[in-house]
Design a protein around this ligand. Structure first.
Ligand SMILES: [Zn+2]
Ligand SMILES: [Zn+2]
Length: 299
């Protein structure tokens, strides 16, 4: 089997250099509008990133095992590892990423692990490192159709890492807008700032990995508005810098909602399936409700 290196590890020195550069650039007078870094917040993000890489050794072993089991026993086509299969894989992976990411916002079982990435109220390159500790063990299900088609598991893992690396540089306020053609096709700092916003108009928008075209195609695209400055973080912020709490608090909240009180078995189950904010008694508000309320208040 081809041996593709774990490119995330090689990128760590580059992450550190880029954060230093961003810190230098944004603390200069010209970029006063930028909130920049808060020491405790940045260190919490870096701790989440290190934990993610460390746990990644275990989760990636499981993912490879499952990918190879499907690839070896059930693959539909013989896809060679050549330039054109990487082109196909680029689109297939990015499409998978879009749906993984969208469901991660619209289903609480996946939100429980993804919420980590949105738990900072700051937005800078360190926010990109604020990665889940639990997601790696089950969110790979969105990519299972790729080894089934016949893409080699090592290729898929490499492309998933390339996608993650791409998304590092877009976590910044230091870049306003890229050229128009670039904003039209690719995920950018501007598009992804929207994704990290808790403003009702920005909730659950721009789920793209590398290509923003999926959001335009599937109706979840929202441009960054000059008159609506992004408020970063969650609708209800978790207010902690403790990495263990950041990693697991939403799991606890979710199971508490599912298991506590008197409710039907179906309602308990729905707490794992429905979007964050949903309540079985109808009093909950999900992103669509908050957006509609905001839009109504504007008219
Ligand atoms: Zn997200
Ligand atoms: Zn992000």
């Amino acid at each position: 089997m081809p041996n593709f290196p774990n490119i995330i590890l090689y990128a760590i020195p580059f992450f550190i250099l880029a954060m230093a550069l961003e810190l230098y650039v944004t603390t200069r007078a010209q970029l006063k509008h930028v909130k920049g870094y808060e020491v405790k917040d940045a260190f919490a993000s870096i701790a989440m990133g290190l934990g993610n890489v460390f746990l990644g050794f275990a989760s990636k072993a499981i993912v490879l095992l499952v990918f190879f089991w499907i690839y070896d026993n059930y693959r539909l086509f013989e896809i060679p590892i050549v330039w054109w299969s990487f082109v196909l894989l680029f689109f297939a992976d990015d499409f998978s990423y879009y749906w993984f990411h969208r469901i991660s916002h619209e289903c609480r079982l996946f939100w429980a692990s993804h919420v980590v990435h949105h738990s900072s109220q700051h937005y800078n390159l360190s926010t990109a490192l604020r990665q889940t500790w639990s997601g790696g063990f089950y969110t790979f299900i969105f990519w299972l159709w790729l080894p089934l088609l016949g893409f080699h598991p090592a290729m898929i893992m490499l492309q998933m890492s390339i996608s993650l690396l791409y998304q590092f540089w877009i976590h910044t306020e230091a870049i306003d807008k890229m050229p128009r053609w670039f904003e039209a096709i690719f995920n950018t700092p501007s598009h992804h700032r929207v994704h990290h916003g808790s403003n009702p108009i920005y909730l659950d928008r721009n789920h793209a990995g590398i290509l923003i075209i999926w959001d335009r195609l599937f109706g979840t695209f929202q441009p960054e508005l000059k008159e609506e400055k992004v408020t970063y973080g969650l609708v209800k912020n978790i207010k902690t810098f403790n990495p263990i709490k950041i990693a697991f608090i939403e799991w606890i909240y979710m199971f508490r909602d599912a298991l506590s009180g008197r409710k039907t078995l179906k309602d308990r189950f729905l707490y794992l399936i429905k979007p964050p904010g949903w309540k079985h008694d109808g009093t909950g508000k999900i992103s669509d409700d908050l957006r509609q309320e905001w839009l109504n208040s504007k008219n």
